[in-house]
Write a protein that binds this ligand. Structure first.
Ligand code: GLY
Length: 586
């Protein structure tokens, strides 16, 4: 076990941070954040958008504009979020959706309440543990990714409608109107949209119903600069607008989904659709250097492990160690490995399995794990197994963030899993079905598409929700909404969100810098640190000398984020990793 190191905060100081009122402690023991002033300082490389009354940050400028207009017209953050959610289903069909599911965190400062809406897809009632295995008992990824059985029962329509009903001021018809108009009249295709179609064309051209949407009548793909209209999707949204959210689950749309399933041997039935309900859950709560961190609870692993990693990292003076220095990346990577090892063993849908959440998120367990970290040497993943949190028990996705000046903040991540999900459009309904069933462990111990290992806790069971990594997160400071963040990126979601939090709290970055800064990722298996462009060769050499394998990868995540300054100014950071990203303040 390593001894005390100058970069380690003594354990009692770390504990003090979590127990004592923060304002004074922060000024003496941890770096002084500079973000309170930095949003308006000249001389920085990155500048956030500013707003006096609110902020929206989404992955598509049309959705951001629509959400901005809702706020400008007197709607609240939830109205704007639901409207943006439906708009993204039209403008960004690779991940925005009504055929998938997700999680929405809502913080209401006035009632001091943070709730999580779980609208994750569910396995159909006829699903069974070995449904994606061949006769030899081997997992067959083709089955869990590209067939009608790859789809869980979609939750997005019910989830967004529930959020609006509970916290919104608009009717569902009003929230759907901009999406219906966009689907009906169309919009001009941006380059990113056209590139996405081209990259996925092998999959998209496989199904007649999908070709009808994404290919022109002459058989060629839509191109940048052309107008893209979706009449079937417009009609589906119009039906939901007229008849309410249950139309999707019990009306003509449900019948179209059921017909699609029956025509292609899918397991999902009318009863599965009629039985779908979203759930309100308590988010996972932790603290980091005195800030309150709220993030998504199971069936997402996001909240559990962002809190677990922050707890481990709280014991180091990350600010003094420096942003993306070899030392900082080393301890981040070691914390990430240990969290992902636990993820593989313990995480699943808490409606079906017991997850030792209190243990995983406890400061004491983090201290035990931190003590295993050698500050000078990488621990090979083969030497890391899931720990034992039980004694500590006390009893292409898209993300958007929206906040308003009534004290509401919304952090929403939703998905159809891969870019374009299963690649299967429901014939006549105009939307893509998810392939979220691949997020279950097709066979415990076999990695999913993101290389994530799942255990027994995440085995397929009827009506169970598959484990997710989505990490919609809201950080509060002294009871006020402070940071609203989250990201797409499969297994990289949790670590991307972690780094936005650390960039703001440890490194004092303004929100645009925090979002733009180069990222790293380690998920235990494979045993490597993935880095984005922007980490120096010297740093890589130092990491390799410590025993790490480092691999440079394409950009990770797209963390559309908002930071609210002490004076109430809203600052927005659009992630440059998506060319259509947009933050707009008002
Ligand atoms: N489908 C990716 C996730 O939910 O984590």
């Amino acid at each position: 076990m390593p001894g005390f190191h100058p970069f380690m905060l003594p354990a009692r100081r770390a504990v003090a941070l979590s127990l004592v009122c923060l304002t004074t402690v922060l000024s003496t023991l941890v770096p002084t954040p500079t973000h309170a002033q930095s949003a308006i300082l000249e001389g920085e490389r990155f500048h956030p958008q500013l707003g006096e009354h609110g902020m929206v940050a989404t992955s598509h400028y049309l959705a951001s504009q629509i959400a901005h207009d809702v706020l400008a017209d007197g709607g609240n953050a939830v109205d704007a979020a639901v409207t943006a959610g439906f708009a993204l289903a039209v403008t960004q069909p690779r991940s925005g959706n009504i055929g998938g599911g997700g999680f929405m965190l809502i913080s209401d400062e006035k009632s001091n309440e943070v709730i999580a809406i779980d609208y994750r897809e569910k396995a159909p009632a006829a699903a069974y543990e070995t449904m994606f295995q061949n006769e030899q008992g081997e997992a067959v990824s083709e089955l869990s990714r590209y067939t009608h059985n790859a789809s869980g029962v979609p939750g997005t329509v019910a989830g967004l409608a529930l959020a609006l009903d509970k916290y919104g001021t608009m009717s569902l018809a009003e929230a759907l109107a901009p999406a219906i108009k966009l689907a009906d009249e169309g919009f001009i295709i941006p380059p990113r949209f056209a590139e996405g179609l081209e990259q996925s064309q092998q999959r998209l051209k496989q199904w007649d119903s999908t070709r009808k949407v994404f290919y022109k009548p002459d058989g060629s793909l839509y191109r940048a600069g052309e107008r893209f209209r979706q009449p079937d999707l417009a009609a589906t949204l119009e039906r939901i607008s007229k008849n309410g959210p249950r139309e999707f689950y019990e009306g003509k749309t449900a019948r179209l989904i059921t017909a699609e399933m029956q025509n292609h041997g899918g397991l999902m039935t009318a009863e599965d659709l009629a039985g779908y309900q979203p759930t309100i859950r308590e988010p996972v709560h932790g603290t980091y250097r005195g800030y309150d961190v709220y993030a998504m609870s199971p069936p997402s692993s996001g909240g559990a492990h962002i809190v677990q990693m922050l707890n481990m990292l709280e014991g180091y003076d990350i600010h003094a160690m420096g942003f993306n220095s070899a030392r900082t990346i080393h301890v981040m990577s070691e914390a990430m490995k240990r969290a992902y090892a636990d993820r593989a063993k313990y995480l699943g849908d808490t409606d079906f399995v017991d997850v030792p959440l209190a243990g995983i998120t406890s400061k004491a367990y983090a201290e035990e794990l931190r003590a295993q970290i050698d500050l000078d040497r990488a621990t090979p993943s083969s030497e890391i197994a899931a720990g034992n949190p039980l004694p500590y028990e006390s009893n292409e996705t898209t993300h958007f963030s929206i906040a308003d000046d009534s004290g509401l903040a919304v952090s929403n991540t939703y998905t159809i899993n891969f870019s374009y999900g299963s690649g299967i459009v429901v014939d006549g309904a105009g939307f893509l079905l998810n392939n979220e069933m691949d997020d279950f462990s097709a066979k415990p111990g076999t990695p999913n598409a993101y290389g994530l290992i799942g255990g027994e806790a995440n085995r397929i069971e009827p009506e169970k929700r598959m484990l997710s990594s989505m990490t919609p997160t809201i950080v509060k400071k002294d009871g006020r909404n402070f940071l609203v963040t989250g990201s797409p990126g499969g297994s990289r979601i949790i670590t991307t969100t972690l780094q936005v939090v650390m960039n703001v709290i440890d490194h004092g970055m303004n929100i645009q810098s925090a979002v733009s800064a180069p990222r790293i990722h380690d998920q235990w298996l494979p045993d490597e640190i993935r880095i984005e462009d922007g980490i120096s060769p010297d740093t890589i050499a130092l990491l390799e000398a410590m025993g790490h394998t480092v691999s440079q990868q394409e950009a990770m995540g797209a963390a559309q984020s908002i930071l609210i300054e002490d004076d109430g100014t809203f600052t927005g950071g659009a992630d440059p990793r998506r060319s259509t990203s947009s933050a707009m303040g008002l």
